[in-house]
Every structure is written in C-alpha cells, then in structure tokens.
Write a protein that binds this ligand. Sequence first.
Ligand SMILES: Cc1cc2nc3c(=O)[nH]c(=O)nc-3n(C[C@H](O)[C@H](O)[C@H](O)COP(=O)(O)OP(=O)(O)OC[C@H]3O[C@@H](n4cnc5c(N)ncnc54)[C@H](O)[C@@H]3O)c2cc1C
Length: 474
Amino acid sequence: MDWPRQVFRIAMPNKSSMLQKEEPHVVIIGAGFAGLAVARGLEHAPVRITIVDRSNHHLFQPLLYQVATAALAAPDIATPTRKLLWKQPNATVWMATVSRIATEQKQIVLNGITLDYDYLVVAAGMTHTYFGHDEWARHAPGLKTLGEALDVRRRILRAFEHAELEPSAKRRRAYTTFVVIGGGPTGVELAGALAEIAGRTLARDFRRFDPKKARVVLIERGPRLLATFDESLSAKAQRELEGLGIEVRTGTSVTEVTEELVEIGDERIATRTVLWAAGVTANSLAAQLGVAADRQGRVWVEDDLSIPNRADVFVVGDLIARTQDGRPLPAVAQLALQSGAHVAQNIKRVLRGMPKKPFVYRDRGSMATIGRHKAVAEIGRFKFTGIFAWWLWLFVHVMSLVDHKRRLTVLFEWAWAYFTWQRRSRVILEVPTEIAEPSAVSLGRRVMDTPPRSTAVGLRETSSEKPQVKAMLG
Ligand SMILES: Cc1cc2nc3c(=O)[nH]c(=O)nc-3n(C[C@H](O)[C@H](O)[C@H](O)COP(=O)(O)OP(=O)(O)OC[C@H]3O[C@@H](n4cnc5c(N)ncnc54)[C@H](O)[C@@H]3O)c2cc1C
C-alpha cells in the first residue's frame, strides 16, 4: 500500500520549504555523471541546488552504442533526472538550455530566464567536432545523445530495408556498406556490433540479398585503434575486428563525406550509412568562462577544480583540462564521477570554513568491447583480452547503471541476446517532430507561482533571449 506513505509525506513539513533564502544557491549545468555526482554529494549540505539540463534524463553514455545497434531500448540507459533526485529535498531539477554564463554578475541565462548563483558548477560535457567540415554532420551522425542513438539505429535498420527493395546490385552494395569513422572505443564497439547485426541478427531475415555479405569499414586517422590503450591491446582489437570480417583502415584520413560516399584521397567508398566516432570538442559554454583552454576547448582548472580567479565557479567531468603525472586526464566516466564528488566535498568544506582540497584522479582502468567474448581491458599494470575481458566489461557496465532497477532489465536483454543472437529493439521509429520549448514568460510565471523557491533562487525574466525550438528525434 502506497497511500499511507503519501499521507505521511504530505503531513510532514516539506524540508525544501524550510530552507532559508540565505542558504547558498549551487547551480549545476548538466545532469551527466559529473553534475549528478555534485548534486548527490551535496544531499545533506545546507545549500539550495538547481540542476539544469537541456534533456530530462541522465544518460549512461557508455551503452549508447547498444541503443544505436538495437541491443537495448532507450529507457534501459536513460533515467529521468527528476526520478533520480526526487528524494533529495534541497535539489530542484530544471529542463532548460543554458545559453549564457556571466561570472562577473554570478548569473546564468536559461530559456530567457536569469538565474543567480552563489556557486556554479559547469558539467556540460563535450560535443562532436567534424574538424571544420560541419557539412558532414548530416550524413555522418555522432553518438552523444539518446536522440542521436535512435537516429543511428534508424539509419542502420533502414539501410537493410532499402537494400531489400533495391533492384540495382551496385546500389544494394552501397546500402549494405557501413563506414565507421574513428577508431576509439566507440568506433570499435559500433563496428563490432554492425558486424554482428549483419552476420547473425539479420542473417536470415531478407530474401533478395544476403546480409552476411554486408561490408563494414572502420577508418582511423592515427596509426592504431584504441590509441589510449597499450599497443598490444590495440593490435589484439584490430585482429579481433578483422576476424569478424571488418576492414580496418588505420593511418587513413577521410577527405569527404556525402550522402552517397566516403572519400579517402582518391579512393571512394559507396555507402549510405556513415557513423561518426572521430572527434569531440568542449561544450561552447566552456568558452564563456573566459579562461585558458586546451586544443579541444577544455578548461584548465586549478587544483581544487575551480577556474582561475573565480573560487565560486567549478568545472567537472569531460570539460576538465588537467595533467596528472605528466599525462592529461582522460575524458571518461570515472573522471566525471570523481571530480563531481570532489567538488561537492570542497563546497561543503568552504561552507564549514575549511580550506578546499586538491583533486587527485584515481585511474580505475579502461575497457572496450569488440563483440561476443571479445574485449580488451587495462587495469593498472594488468591487461586482459578475450572472454575474461568481455565478462568484466559486462559486469562493470551493468553495475554502473545509476537506476538499479534497470540492471535487471539490461541483464535480461543481454541474456536474451546471448542465447538467441537477437536484438529486441529493432523497431524503426518515425521521423522527427518539432516541439517548442516553453517560452521565457510562461516558464518564468510558472516557477514564480510556486513560492518560496522562486524568490529563493533569484529568478528574473530577460527579454534578450528568444524561445528556442528543439528538434526531437524519435
Ligand atoms: C558513445 C560513448 C561511449 C562512451 N563509453 C565510455 C566507456 O565505456 N567508459 C567510460 O568511462 N566513458 C565512456 N564514455 C565517456 C563518458 O560517457 C563521459 O566521460 C561522461 O559521460 C562525462 O560526463 P559529464 O557529466 O562530464 O558529461 P555528460 O555525461 O556529457 O553530461 C553533460 C550534460 O550536460 C547537458 N548539457 C550540455 N549543454 C547544456 C546546456 N547548454 N544547457 C543545459 N544542459 C546542457 C547535457 O544534456 C548532458 O546531460 C563514452 C562516451 C560516449 C559518448
């Protein structure tokens, strides 16, 4: 029975309504691993938290490629941020896009509203870069958001459907040629999954062509795949991929991407499906902080993860530029979690009048999966490959899902796929629709109607910002 608990909750004074206006306001931009770790780390702190994200969910990016390749469904790896924080009375969740940061004024602007802060944590992550060829983006989607994963899934599944309809053998070949650009973990995982889809999942589903003859090409500009791993693991991964029939092209730069081909110098690969896993750059909000950044736009932070000359502004997660033991910190989930938790601790220390502590990253290792019973893992001095690394990969990823109930669903999906070679999320969703975000005025009024939070967070409407229209995918 749930209702007695409901009554109890209503009868109890709402903790948030007891919070004083004077309590410091911590604004967090981004509800990824890093932003969420900050919010959770401040659960019992005497602060008001507003966590703002342009999507309504926390996303487990390491399993995005599984949604893109139909192994998992979108809700398996995404949980509404509200659901994750509903038990935390000092946290307010807003779905909005931050467009401006004004550190001098201690304000940010989102959906046309100005929001004051006492402490700002920027956890907005990275986005794709096409190295000056933004026109490639429409032909070669990247994998960073759930919308993009669903778009990639649609493109892959549609390519097979089009091949079945296509009378010309040449054009059918183009539909069943898949090019993945970028040989990091995401590119390797995508290529491996594509080989499995063609070779096993869809092997018997079509009548006019043989999916097993599909061509998968993985292109990497650098000299080897998985550049951040030990060389022996890169070589192993390449051998495993080639064993799956994937053409691996290292030391190869793509010179053109169109709707119908990928060009590598003089060579042209006719294809209708190109996937981009090649480059990332810092979210544009990082540049608004007005401090030094590295080549990818990531912010050089101080030891305590604040930005130079601004003790009240912190940067966490992928946006951090920092070296430790002479090596740059990796943009991985562990860095996001650890830096987020560290900033929460430092804010609490400041509130207690204690000095902030310097951040030290603890490397827990890295791993990438290639296909069934095939993976590579590097943990400290130890290197693992094959079936052990694969089971390790499965275990670590399922245990890392933030929504504990989802672990069971994901385990079930994986067990099903393991025994049947099937992928259950093969539905092609309809084309995108456009949905208008709430305007500044409507959002402002709505929030201001719910005291005391409106006054507490120092909300103001700004007329300079126009409401935005966001394209929603699938
Ligand atoms: C396909 C893929 C596979 C990966 N695999 C692995 C792996 O196997 N192991 C591993 O350790 N790491 C992996 N990573 C990296 C890991 O996911 C990231 O390091 C981690 O997600 C970074 O967390 P973050 O909180 O800094 O940023 P993110 O998780 O990117 O979160 C940033 C958040 O900010 C929000 N945001 C951005 N701009 C705005 C704005 N203007 N207004 C409001 N909100 C905004 C975004 O919506 C997002 O929710 C992978 C990443 C990808 C993309």
